[in-house]
Design a protein around this ligand. Structure first.
Ligand SMILES: Nc1ncnc2c1ncn2[C@@H]1O[C@H](COP(=O)(O)OP(=O)(O)OP(=O)(O)O)[C@@H](O)[C@H]1O
Length: 390
């Protein structure tokens, strides 16, 4: 790899999440509607973090804010409030060329490899396109040609493919070109927005395996947006579940899938086919998800899922729930931060006490190791899938 392609990076000793969002809110101005609102809240106090070399799955129904969050993480959309920290720096405090240089570090793989590649450009030109904006990365034609060959090889295409046009490739091959383009700037994070949903099932596995191999080779982190929960379960280390502009549950993939705290997560999981034949999985209560996501122009009071939640009580309309921790709901007590059910490995990056406080836990005494699996619900679910009424 060319030396100019490599950005100065922090030492491995300087650990901490690669990217974090704290209290990120994003609104859009829209035409006045029947409720009189002219601002739509697409993101409402989002907290999340992405570790180095980690895959964070982002799930939720259409309109919940996944793409808006992706655009903020790509540094394309500036939040109204809250903070983004990327490698310890607030990139939105930067301007001009400095901000542009940070944007290089987060790239994107798009959903539709048929629509996202310019039919009039060769594969080589498509892969080289990001270097037009970031000229200093690959300044000479010979360096660009050599790097295109390397990238084609990296994504499993041949050197001879360089001069072919998108329509001469299959869907899977086109997505490989899209991945090579995303890698051209040597990013640390790639936001994958439904990267396999437009592909045949047999090809999906190949592209997912390629993404996993690249992560192992290059140490790149992924934010992986998908409606397909089986795909997310396969690729993600951690999952954030979004509902109407909020992250309502997040934690290690296995915990969120197998022991969801929030009825919305449980409902999403109920709708997805499961291969888990264990008695615990088979015995879990299933929740039928009915109706539509309410408008973000006029979200419900209190818990925003309450209008569709089978367990909603009066309190859910009155008070917005604060996060509860997985360990505290294994018994009948909610809201405590003791005794996590999920052991956390030492080398897993943990949220800081500050982010715990920002998440509403509000105590300096909170052990950050205990806030790995959070849910925003007054009556979180126990291991059998029943709500705990404390
Ligand atoms: N530029 C914009 N102007 C006005 N409203 C917007 C804009 N971008 C997004 N929205 C609104 O913000 C909300 C969240 O949209 P977003 O696209 O982030 O959701 P999503 O979860 O990615 O949905 P999908 O899965 O369908 O892509 C929606 O109500 C959407 O209509």
């Amino acid at each position: 790899m060319s030396e100019t392609a490599t950005l100065p990076r922090r030492s491995a000793a300087d650990r901490g999440p690669l990217l974090s969002a704290t209290g990120v809110t994003k609104t859009f101005r829209v035409a006045r509607n029947s409720s009189g609102n002219t601002r739509l809240t697409a993101l409402d106090g989002v907290d999340l973090r992405l570790g180095r070399g980690e895959t964070l799955g982002l799930v939720g129904e259409s309109g919940c804010g996944k793409s808006t969050l992706a655009r903020v993480l790509l540094l394309l959309e500036r939040p109204d409030s809250g903070e983004i920290r990327f490698d310890g720096v607030d990139p939105f405090a930067l301007k001009g060329r400095e901000l542009l240089a940070w944007r290089r570090r987060v790239q994107m793989v798009f959903q539709d490899p048929y629509a996202s590649l310019n039919a009039r450009m060769t594969a080589a030109d498509i892969i080289a396109e990001p270097w037009r904006t970031h000229r200093d990365v690959m300044p000479t034609a010979s360096a660009r040609a050599a790097r295109v060959r390397e990238l084609l090889d990296l994504v499993g295409l041949r050197e001879g493919d360089a001069e072919r046009y998108p329509q001469e490739f299959s869907g899977g091959q086109r997505q490989r070109i899209g991945i090579a383009r995303a890698l051209a700037l040597d990013p640390e994070i790639i936001v994958c927005d439904e990267p396999v949903s437009a592909l045949d099932l047999s090809v999906q596995a190949q592209v997912l395996n390629l993404l996993t191999d690249l992560q192992q080779q290059l140490g790149v982190s992924y934010v992986f947006i998908s409606h397909d929960l089986s795909v997310v379960r396969h690729v993600a280390d951690r999952v954030s579940v979004m509902y109407l502009g909020k992250v309502i549950e997040q934690g290690p993939t296995e915990d969120v899938f197998d022991r969801p705290l929030h009825p919305y997560t449980a409902a999403l999981m109920s709708a997805a086919p499961t291969l888990d034949r264990s008695p615990a999985a088979q015995g879990r209560k299933r929740i039928l998800l009915e109706g539509e996501v309410p408008s973000p122009l006029n979200p419900p009071s209190g818990c925003r899922f309450r209008t569709r939640c089978p367990y909603a009580a009066a309190r859910c309309a009155e008070v917005e729930p604060a996060p509860v921790v997985a360990g505290s709901v294994s018994g009948s007590v909610s809201g405590s931060v003791d005794s996590p059910t999920t052991p956390v490995a030492d080398d897993v990056e943990q949220p800081t006490a500050t982010s715990a406080a920002a998440a509403g836990l509000g105590s300096a005494a909170v052990n950050p190791r205990h806030v790995e699996h959070l849910g925003l619900c007054h009556f979180p679910l126990d291991a059998s899938g029943a709500p705990i009424h404390s």
